[in-house]
Ligand binder design. Structure first.
Ligand SMILES: *Cc1c(COP(=O)(O)O)cnc(C)c1O
Length: 401
Protein backbone atom coordinates (compact mmCIF):
# COMPACT_ATOMS: atom_id res chain seq x y z
CA UNK A 1 0.00 0.00 0.00
CA UNK A 2 1.23 3.47 -0.85
CA UNK A 3 2.75 5.55 1.93
CA UNK A 4 0.71 8.71 1.23
CA UNK A 5 -2.42 6.59 1.36
CA UNK A 6 -1.34 5.04 4.68
CA UNK A 7 -0.41 8.46 6.07
CA UNK A 8 -3.77 9.93 5.07
CA UNK A 9 -5.56 6.98 6.62
CA UNK A 10 -3.55 7.39 9.80
CA UNK A 11 -4.15 11.11 10.32
CA UNK A 12 -7.40 11.68 8.43
CA UNK A 13 -11.00 10.84 9.19
CA UNK A 14 -12.25 7.84 7.25
CA UNK A 15 -15.27 9.57 5.78
CA UNK A 16 -14.28 8.70 2.20
CA UNK A 17 -13.17 5.57 0.42
CA UNK A 18 -11.04 6.98 -2.43
CA UNK A 19 -9.93 5.06 -5.50
CA UNK A 20 -6.28 4.13 -4.65
CA UNK A 21 -4.31 6.63 -6.75
CA UNK A 22 -2.26 9.56 -5.43
CA UNK A 23 -2.58 12.51 -7.80
CA UNK A 24 0.11 15.15 -7.98
CA UNK A 25 -0.59 17.17 -11.10
CA UNK A 26 -3.35 18.05 -13.53
CA UNK A 27 -3.72 19.82 -16.84
CA UNK A 28 -6.96 20.02 -18.80
CA UNK A 29 -8.56 16.57 -18.95
CA UNK A 30 -5.41 14.79 -17.73
CA UNK A 31 -4.02 14.08 -14.26
CA UNK A 32 -0.78 12.43 -13.17
CA UNK A 33 0.11 10.27 -10.16
CA UNK A 34 3.34 10.13 -8.18
CA UNK A 35 4.93 7.67 -10.61
CA UNK A 36 4.07 10.01 -13.50
CA UNK A 37 1.40 7.65 -14.83
CA UNK A 38 -1.16 9.66 -16.79
CA UNK A 39 -4.95 9.31 -16.49
CA UNK A 40 -7.99 10.75 -18.25
CA UNK A 41 -10.16 12.31 -15.55
CA UNK A 42 -13.75 11.22 -16.14
CA UNK A 43 -14.89 12.49 -12.72
CA UNK A 44 -13.77 16.13 -12.81
CA UNK A 45 -14.27 16.34 -9.04
CA UNK A 46 -18.03 15.71 -9.25
CA UNK A 47 -18.24 18.43 -11.95
CA UNK A 48 -16.23 21.04 -10.04
CA UNK A 49 -13.49 20.86 -12.68
CA UNK A 50 -15.65 21.42 -15.77
CA UNK A 51 -13.11 23.91 -17.17
CA UNK A 52 -10.33 21.31 -16.91
CA UNK A 53 -7.52 21.15 -14.37
CA UNK A 54 -5.55 24.36 -13.83
CA UNK A 55 -7.19 26.28 -16.67
CA UNK A 56 -4.45 28.78 -17.67
CA UNK A 57 -6.71 31.85 -17.90
CA UNK A 58 -8.39 31.08 -14.58
CA UNK A 59 -5.06 30.36 -12.86
CA UNK A 60 -3.72 33.71 -14.14
CA UNK A 61 -6.76 35.58 -12.82
CA UNK A 62 -6.43 33.77 -9.47
CA UNK A 63 -2.74 34.68 -9.24
CA UNK A 64 -3.24 38.33 -10.22
CA UNK A 65 -6.09 38.82 -7.78
CA UNK A 66 -4.25 36.97 -4.99
CA UNK A 67 -1.45 39.51 -5.30
CA UNK A 68 -3.87 42.45 -5.08
CA UNK A 69 -6.53 41.55 -2.53
CA UNK A 70 -7.96 38.19 -1.52
CA UNK A 71 -10.21 38.31 1.54
CA UNK A 72 -11.86 41.29 3.22
CA UNK A 73 -15.08 39.73 4.60
CA UNK A 74 -18.37 41.45 3.94
CA UNK A 75 -17.65 44.02 6.63
CA UNK A 76 -16.43 46.17 3.71
CA UNK A 77 -17.16 46.49 0.02
CA UNK A 78 -14.59 45.17 -2.41
CA UNK A 79 -14.24 46.33 -5.99
CA UNK A 80 -15.00 43.16 -7.93
CA UNK A 81 -17.90 41.49 -6.09
CA UNK A 82 -20.44 43.71 -7.88
CA UNK A 83 -19.10 42.62 -11.30
CA UNK A 84 -19.39 38.94 -10.34
CA UNK A 85 -22.96 39.37 -9.05
CA UNK A 86 -24.01 41.34 -12.13
CA UNK A 87 -22.47 38.75 -14.44
CA UNK A 88 -24.17 35.76 -12.83
CA UNK A 89 -27.52 37.59 -12.75
CA UNK A 90 -27.27 38.61 -16.42
CA UNK A 91 -26.29 35.13 -17.56
CA UNK A 92 -29.07 33.37 -15.63
CA UNK A 93 -31.79 36.02 -15.84
CA UNK A 94 -32.18 36.33 -12.07
CA UNK A 95 -32.46 39.69 -10.35
CA UNK A 96 -30.28 38.99 -7.30
CA UNK A 97 -27.44 36.77 -6.15
CA UNK A 98 -26.06 35.87 -2.73
CA UNK A 99 -22.53 34.41 -2.72
CA UNK A 100 -21.42 31.58 -0.44
CA UNK A 101 -18.61 28.99 -0.65
CA UNK A 102 -19.69 25.35 -0.59
CA UNK A 103 -22.77 23.97 -2.28
CA UNK A 104 -24.27 22.98 1.06
CA UNK A 105 -24.07 26.60 2.23
CA UNK A 106 -25.84 27.69 -0.93
CA UNK A 107 -28.63 25.17 -0.20
CA UNK A 108 -28.88 26.34 3.44
CA UNK A 109 -29.20 29.89 2.11
CA UNK A 110 -32.06 28.77 -0.14
CA UNK A 111 -33.85 27.04 2.76
CA UNK A 112 -33.54 30.14 4.94
CA UNK A 113 -34.75 32.43 2.14
CA UNK A 114 -37.73 30.16 1.40
CA UNK A 115 -38.79 30.02 5.03
CA UNK A 116 -38.49 33.74 5.65
CA UNK A 117 -40.32 34.44 2.37
CA UNK A 118 -43.10 32.09 3.52
CA UNK A 119 -43.52 33.99 6.80
CA UNK A 120 -43.12 37.54 5.56
CA UNK A 121 -44.63 37.36 2.05
CA UNK A 122 -46.87 34.30 1.80
CA UNK A 123 -48.36 34.73 5.27
CA UNK A 124 -47.62 31.26 6.69
CA UNK A 125 -47.89 31.13 10.51
CA UNK A 126 -44.60 31.22 12.46
CA UNK A 127 -42.60 27.97 12.48
CA UNK A 128 -45.12 26.20 10.22
CA UNK A 129 -43.34 26.49 6.87
CA UNK A 130 -42.80 23.22 5.00
CA UNK A 131 -40.29 22.49 2.27
CA UNK A 132 -40.85 19.56 -0.08
CA UNK A 133 -37.90 17.56 -1.42
CA UNK A 134 -37.54 14.34 -3.44
CA UNK A 135 -36.54 10.79 -2.64
CA UNK A 136 -32.95 10.18 -3.68
CA UNK A 137 -32.07 13.86 -3.32
CA UNK A 138 -28.55 15.04 -2.65
CA UNK A 139 -28.20 18.61 -1.45
CA UNK A 140 -25.10 18.39 0.75
CA UNK A 141 -24.06 17.23 4.20
CA UNK A 142 -25.14 19.73 6.87
CA UNK A 143 -27.51 18.58 9.61
CA UNK A 144 -30.55 20.32 8.08
CA UNK A 145 -29.76 18.95 4.64
CA UNK A 146 -29.18 15.34 5.68
CA UNK A 147 -32.36 15.67 7.74
CA UNK A 148 -34.27 15.88 4.45
CA UNK A 149 -32.34 13.02 2.83
CA UNK A 150 -33.95 9.64 2.11
CA UNK A 151 -30.55 7.93 2.28
CA UNK A 152 -30.23 5.97 5.54
CA UNK A 153 -26.42 6.14 5.66
CA UNK A 154 -26.38 9.93 5.31
CA UNK A 155 -28.65 10.24 8.37
CA UNK A 156 -27.77 7.33 10.65
CA UNK A 157 -26.21 8.51 13.88
CA UNK A 158 -26.60 12.22 13.18
CA UNK A 159 -30.08 13.09 14.48
CA UNK A 160 -32.09 14.87 15.76
CA UNK A 161 -32.93 16.84 12.64
CA UNK A 162 -34.83 20.09 12.07
CA UNK A 163 -38.54 19.70 11.30
CA UNK A 164 -40.39 21.11 8.32
CA UNK A 165 -39.38 18.85 5.45
CA UNK A 166 -41.48 16.42 3.42
CA UNK A 167 -40.10 13.81 1.05
CA UNK A 168 -42.00 12.79 -2.09
CA UNK A 169 -41.06 10.38 -4.92
CA UNK A 170 -39.00 11.91 -7.75
CA UNK A 171 -40.31 12.20 -11.30
CA UNK A 172 -44.00 12.19 -10.34
CA UNK A 173 -45.67 15.63 -10.48
CA UNK A 174 -48.96 14.30 -9.03
CA UNK A 175 -47.08 13.53 -5.79
CA UNK A 176 -46.06 17.18 -5.58
CA UNK A 177 -49.63 18.34 -6.10
CA UNK A 178 -50.81 16.03 -3.29
CA UNK A 179 -48.04 16.99 -0.88
CA UNK A 180 -48.60 20.74 -1.08
CA UNK A 181 -50.54 22.30 1.81
CA UNK A 182 -51.25 25.94 2.65
CA UNK A 183 -48.02 25.80 4.70
CA UNK A 184 -45.78 24.80 1.79
CA UNK A 185 -43.05 27.36 1.20
CA UNK A 186 -40.95 25.68 -1.47
CA UNK A 187 -40.19 22.64 -3.57
CA UNK A 188 -36.45 21.95 -3.76
CA UNK A 189 -35.42 19.67 -6.61
CA UNK A 190 -32.49 18.62 -8.79
CA UNK A 191 -33.40 18.84 -12.51
CA UNK A 192 -31.41 15.60 -12.87
CA UNK A 193 -30.35 13.64 -9.79
CA UNK A 194 -26.57 13.25 -9.78
CA UNK A 195 -25.61 11.45 -6.58
CA UNK A 196 -28.70 9.23 -6.76
CA UNK A 197 -27.07 7.59 -9.80
CA UNK A 198 -27.55 10.04 -12.71
CA UNK A 199 -31.34 9.78 -12.69
CA UNK A 200 -32.89 11.64 -15.63
CA UNK A 201 -36.58 12.45 -15.08
CA UNK A 202 -39.13 12.34 -17.91
CA UNK A 203 -39.14 15.29 -20.30
CA UNK A 204 -41.74 17.73 -19.01
CA UNK A 205 -41.41 16.71 -15.34
CA UNK A 206 -39.88 19.99 -14.24
CA UNK A 207 -42.30 22.01 -16.38
CA UNK A 208 -45.26 20.28 -14.71
CA UNK A 209 -43.75 20.91 -11.27
CA UNK A 210 -43.23 24.57 -12.16
CA UNK A 211 -46.89 24.91 -13.16
CA UNK A 212 -48.04 23.26 -9.91
CA UNK A 213 -45.76 25.50 -7.82
CA UNK A 214 -47.02 28.62 -9.59
CA UNK A 215 -50.65 27.66 -9.01
CA UNK A 216 -50.04 27.15 -5.27
CA UNK A 217 -47.68 30.10 -4.73
CA UNK A 218 -44.88 27.70 -3.81
CA UNK A 219 -41.28 28.58 -4.69
CA UNK A 220 -39.61 26.24 -7.17
CA UNK A 221 -35.95 26.02 -6.15
CA UNK A 222 -33.61 24.08 -8.44
CA UNK A 223 -30.38 22.71 -7.02
CA UNK A 224 -28.13 23.09 -10.06
CA UNK A 225 -24.87 22.76 -8.13
CA UNK A 226 -23.95 19.73 -10.23
CA UNK A 227 -26.18 20.16 -13.30
CA UNK A 228 -25.55 23.88 -13.86
CA UNK A 229 -22.72 25.69 -15.65
CA UNK A 230 -23.23 23.77 -18.91
CA UNK A 231 -22.80 20.27 -17.50
CA UNK A 232 -25.94 18.89 -19.17
CA UNK A 233 -25.62 20.85 -22.42
CA UNK A 234 -27.50 23.98 -21.31
CA UNK A 235 -26.23 26.64 -18.91
CA UNK A 236 -28.92 25.46 -16.46
CA UNK A 237 -30.44 21.98 -16.75
CA UNK A 238 -33.87 23.49 -16.03
CA UNK A 239 -33.66 25.10 -19.50
CA UNK A 240 -34.20 21.65 -21.06
CA UNK A 241 -37.81 21.93 -19.88
CA UNK A 242 -38.00 25.68 -20.62
CA UNK A 243 -38.45 26.28 -16.91
CA UNK A 244 -37.45 29.46 -15.13
CA UNK A 245 -37.32 28.45 -11.44
CA UNK A 246 -37.99 30.99 -8.69
CA UNK A 247 -34.50 30.31 -7.39
CA UNK A 248 -31.39 28.36 -8.34
CA UNK A 249 -28.29 27.29 -6.44
CA UNK A 250 -24.97 27.02 -8.30
CA UNK A 251 -21.64 25.74 -6.99
CA UNK A 252 -18.97 23.25 -8.05
CA UNK A 253 -17.92 24.43 -11.57
CA UNK A 254 -18.64 28.05 -10.61
CA UNK A 255 -15.27 27.92 -8.85
CA UNK A 256 -13.50 27.19 -12.13
CA UNK A 257 -11.88 24.12 -10.60
CA UNK A 258 -9.84 26.36 -8.30
CA UNK A 259 -11.95 27.56 -5.38
CA UNK A 260 -15.15 26.72 -3.52
CA UNK A 261 -17.72 29.22 -4.82
CA UNK A 262 -21.49 28.89 -4.61
CA UNK A 263 -24.33 31.28 -5.17
CA UNK A 264 -28.03 31.48 -4.41
CA UNK A 265 -29.94 33.22 -7.20
CA UNK A 266 -33.52 34.43 -7.01
CA UNK A 267 -35.95 37.24 -7.71
CA UNK A 268 -35.96 40.50 -5.77
CA UNK A 269 -39.16 39.63 -3.87
CA UNK A 270 -37.43 36.60 -2.32
CA UNK A 271 -33.93 37.98 -1.82
CA UNK A 272 -35.27 41.10 -0.13
CA UNK A 273 -36.35 39.02 2.88
CA UNK A 274 -32.70 39.12 3.98
CA UNK A 275 -31.79 42.21 5.98
CA UNK A 276 -28.37 43.06 7.47
CA UNK A 277 -27.44 40.48 10.09
CA UNK A 278 -29.87 37.79 8.86
CA UNK A 279 -27.32 35.68 7.06
CA UNK A 280 -23.69 35.70 6.05
CA UNK A 281 -20.37 34.02 5.46
CA UNK A 282 -16.86 35.24 6.27
CA UNK A 283 -15.46 34.00 2.95
CA UNK A 284 -18.59 34.25 0.79
CA UNK A 285 -18.06 36.65 -2.10
CA UNK A 286 -14.41 37.34 -1.27
CA UNK A 287 -12.40 39.25 -3.93
CA UNK A 288 -10.51 36.13 -5.01
CA UNK A 289 -13.72 34.12 -5.44
CA UNK A 290 -15.47 37.01 -7.18
CA UNK A 291 -12.66 37.32 -9.73
CA UNK A 292 -12.46 33.57 -10.39
CA UNK A 293 -16.25 33.04 -10.41
CA UNK A 294 -16.81 35.79 -12.97
CA UNK A 295 -14.03 34.43 -15.17
CA UNK A 296 -15.34 30.85 -14.82
CA UNK A 297 -18.65 32.00 -16.33
CA UNK A 298 -16.91 33.96 -19.11
CA UNK A 299 -14.69 31.03 -20.08
CA UNK A 300 -17.75 28.77 -20.53
CA UNK A 301 -18.99 31.15 -23.23
CA UNK A 302 -15.61 32.11 -24.74
CA UNK A 303 -14.76 28.45 -25.28
CA UNK A 304 -18.28 27.49 -26.31
CA UNK A 305 -18.28 24.78 -23.65
CA UNK A 306 -22.06 24.58 -23.23
CA UNK A 307 -22.74 23.60 -26.86
CA UNK A 308 -19.65 21.38 -26.75
CA UNK A 309 -21.08 19.57 -23.70
CA UNK A 310 -24.31 18.87 -25.60
CA UNK A 311 -22.54 17.73 -28.78
CA UNK A 312 -19.94 15.51 -27.14
CA UNK A 313 -22.42 14.30 -24.52
CA UNK A 314 -24.76 13.06 -27.27
CA UNK A 315 -21.79 11.48 -29.06
CA UNK A 316 -20.50 9.78 -25.89
CA UNK A 317 -23.94 8.51 -24.86
CA UNK A 318 -24.55 7.05 -28.34
CA UNK A 319 -21.15 5.33 -28.33
CA UNK A 320 -21.75 3.83 -24.88
CA UNK A 321 -25.23 2.64 -25.87
CA UNK A 322 -23.67 0.73 -28.78
CA UNK A 323 -21.52 -1.38 -26.44
CA UNK A 324 -22.99 -4.84 -26.17
CA UNK A 325 -22.11 -6.30 -22.78
CA UNK A 326 -24.05 -8.37 -20.24
CA UNK A 327 -22.37 -6.22 -17.57
CA UNK A 328 -24.23 -3.07 -18.64
CA UNK A 329 -27.73 -2.63 -17.26
CA UNK A 330 -28.32 0.86 -18.59
CA UNK A 331 -26.59 3.93 -19.94
CA UNK A 332 -28.28 7.25 -19.19
CA UNK A 333 -27.52 10.92 -18.90
CA UNK A 334 -27.66 14.37 -20.43
CA UNK A 335 -24.78 16.34 -21.88
CA UNK A 336 -21.54 15.27 -20.25
CA UNK A 337 -23.23 13.88 -17.14
CA UNK A 338 -23.55 10.18 -17.84
CA UNK A 339 -24.18 7.12 -15.69
CA UNK A 340 -23.19 3.60 -16.68
CA UNK A 341 -25.25 1.18 -14.59
CA UNK A 342 -23.41 -2.09 -14.01
CA UNK A 343 -25.33 -5.34 -13.54
CA UNK A 344 -24.69 -6.06 -9.83
CA UNK A 345 -24.94 -9.83 -10.27
CA UNK A 346 -21.52 -9.67 -12.01
CA UNK A 347 -19.54 -6.83 -10.46
CA UNK A 348 -19.87 -3.79 -8.25
CA UNK A 349 -19.32 -0.49 -10.03
CA UNK A 350 -16.22 0.00 -7.88
CA UNK A 351 -14.61 -3.19 -9.22
CA UNK A 352 -15.03 -1.83 -12.74
CA UNK A 353 -13.64 1.57 -11.64
CA UNK A 354 -10.51 -0.20 -10.31
CA UNK A 355 -10.06 -1.97 -13.66
CA UNK A 356 -10.48 1.37 -15.50
CA UNK A 357 -7.87 2.91 -13.19
CA UNK A 358 -5.31 0.32 -14.29
CA UNK A 359 -5.91 1.36 -17.90
CA UNK A 360 -5.61 5.08 -17.26
CA UNK A 361 -9.24 6.15 -16.82
CA UNK A 362 -10.26 7.77 -13.55
CA UNK A 363 -13.81 7.62 -12.34
CA UNK A 364 -15.81 6.73 -9.25
CA UNK A 365 -18.92 4.74 -8.50
CA UNK A 366 -22.07 6.22 -7.09
CA UNK A 367 -24.52 3.99 -5.20
CA UNK A 368 -22.55 0.75 -5.75
CA UNK A 369 -23.98 0.05 -9.21
CA UNK A 370 -23.43 3.20 -11.26
CA UNK A 371 -20.19 4.49 -12.80
CA UNK A 372 -20.17 8.24 -13.21
CA UNK A 373 -18.76 9.57 -16.48
CA UNK A 374 -18.51 13.35 -16.21
CA UNK A 375 -15.26 14.60 -17.74
CA UNK A 376 -14.16 18.22 -17.92
CA UNK A 377 -16.32 19.93 -20.57
CA UNK A 378 -13.18 20.69 -22.61
CA UNK A 379 -12.70 17.00 -23.44
CA UNK A 380 -12.00 16.25 -27.12
CA UNK A 381 -13.76 13.73 -29.33
CA UNK A 382 -10.57 11.65 -29.68
CA UNK A 383 -10.31 11.40 -25.87
CA UNK A 384 -13.92 10.20 -25.70
CA UNK A 385 -13.12 7.60 -28.37
CA UNK A 386 -10.13 6.51 -26.30
CA UNK A 387 -12.24 6.19 -23.14
CA UNK A 388 -14.98 4.26 -24.97
CA UNK A 389 -12.28 1.88 -26.27
CA UNK A 390 -10.91 1.32 -22.76
CA UNK A 391 -14.40 0.79 -21.32
CA UNK A 392 -15.06 -1.84 -24.02
CA UNK A 393 -11.75 -3.57 -23.24
CA UNK A 394 -12.41 -3.60 -19.51
CA UNK A 395 -15.94 -4.95 -19.90
CA UNK A 396 -14.77 -7.67 -22.29
CA UNK A 397 -11.94 -8.75 -19.98
CA UNK A 398 -14.26 -8.67 -16.99
CA UNK A 399 -16.73 -11.00 -18.71
CA UNK A 400 -13.97 -13.49 -19.60
CA UNK A 401 -12.65 -13.60 -16.04
C1 LIG B 1 -22.19 18.48 -4.62
C2 LIG B 1 -23.62 18.85 -4.45
C3 LIG B 1 -24.06 19.59 -3.34
C4 LIG B 1 -23.15 19.94 -2.18
O1 LIG B 1 -22.08 20.74 -2.54
P1 LIG B 1 -20.79 20.82 -1.55
O2 LIG B 1 -19.94 21.86 -2.21
O3 LIG B 1 -20.18 19.47 -1.52
O4 LIG B 1 -21.32 21.26 -0.23
C5 LIG B 1 -25.39 19.94 -3.28
N1 LIG B 1 -26.25 19.60 -4.26
C6 LIG B 1 -25.87 18.89 -5.34
C7 LIG B 1 -26.87 18.56 -6.39
C8 LIG B 1 -24.55 18.48 -5.46
O5 LIG B 1 -24.19 17.74 -6.51
Amino acid sequence: MHSKIEQEKLYGAHNYEPIPVVLTQGSGVLVWDEEKNVYIDMMSAYSAVSHGHCHPKLVKILQDQAEKLAVVSRAFYSNNLADFLQKICEVTGFEKALPMNSGAEGVETALKAARKWAYTKKGIAENKAEIIVCEGNFHGRTIAIIGMSSEAQYRDGFGPFPAGFKIIPYNDPSQLEQAITPNTAAFLVEPLQGEAGIIVPDAGYLAKCAEICRRHNVLLICDEIQTGMGRTGKFLASEHDNVKPDAVILGKALGGGLLPISVFLTKKEVMDVFTPGDHGSTFGGNPLAAAVGKAAIEVLFEENLIAHSKELGDYFLAALKKIKSPLIDEVRGKGLLIGLAINPSYYTAREICLRLLKKGVLTKETHHTVIRLAPPLIIKKEQIDQVVGIIKEVLTEAVIK
